[in-house]
Design a protein around this ligand. Sequence first.
Ligand code: SF4
Length: 336
Amino acid sequence: MITAVGPIALWDAAPEEIRDPRVILNVGQIARVAGWIGSLPDVSPFNFTGPAFPPEGHPAALDYFFGATLQQFGFWEESRGRYGAPMIAQMGGVKSKGSDYLWRAYLRKLTSDQSHFYLPSSHADMSREDMLDLFRSDDGSDPMPVLDLRLAQAHAYGKDMVSLGLSPRSVVERANASEESLHAFLEQLDHIGGYKEDPLRKKGMLLAIILSQRPECFLHLHEDVSIPPIIDYYLMRSCLRIGLLDVVDAALEEKLIGREILQSEEEWAVRYAAYEAIQQVVERSGKSMGAVDWFFFNARQRCPEMTDPECARCPVDPVCAHRKELFQPVLRTTFY
Ligand code: SF4
């Protein structure tokens, strides 16, 4: 489905493409990295099972993923106008970082037999106390950043689903009945709070990938469908450090290095360029988005936010530009 640059081919009302000249693609480096990835063996896509996820076949699994995926954003704290630190906390004796913590927090409702919590109607009526209880850590504190923003997302999701008469099951069934299931799925999410706000549909695409890769195969994606990039902050950090992008504006580069809060136009300059760069890496490498994701996932592990990159142990090292000082755009959004 992706035959054009950007998300145009995926939906009828595509966002306007606005490239910002402050961040440009490094075509030579994209070709180099794509060639390197092209030589790697493929790996199996992650099937979103394990201790943080509902067991295969659980009747509440679909509701769980719709409700939890819309909260997959903003796992970091601000400190004096800059990036402070990633969210890390302990729950059930397990210390985990942002996204993993969130999956586990939502899972508690399933193991405590409160799976009605995931229903859109429950999201519409969720109280602040409900959400505090959801995210409470072992020491009794609330470690989850931007709780009120999360509550607003939950309400927006629940209210839109209820008012449109939709359920996770009906959304998936309608998509599966279409010849272009991914298009049909994203088009429905374009009307649902928590998913509809992002022009690059990061959370919507993540949900599509999860539902298609779960053992239940909730969402049926056609074999030849191309998956657009799911641009998260770790992927932008990788694009910058590996050198797939060149920041040609000195003021913006300084802000990125300083981990300063950006203007939304500055953030978009990096985010949209990263979207295009990853898309080109996929196309040039001849690999699936799953294989490219695997490559960058490993880079993320070796190239973290708060400690020095471990280049010698990183699979990207032979082709990396090693721009270790660069950091992902720092801006509070509900997109990623
Ligand atoms: S860990 Fe080193 S080699 Fe790997 S992406 Fe980061 S800077 Fe590049």
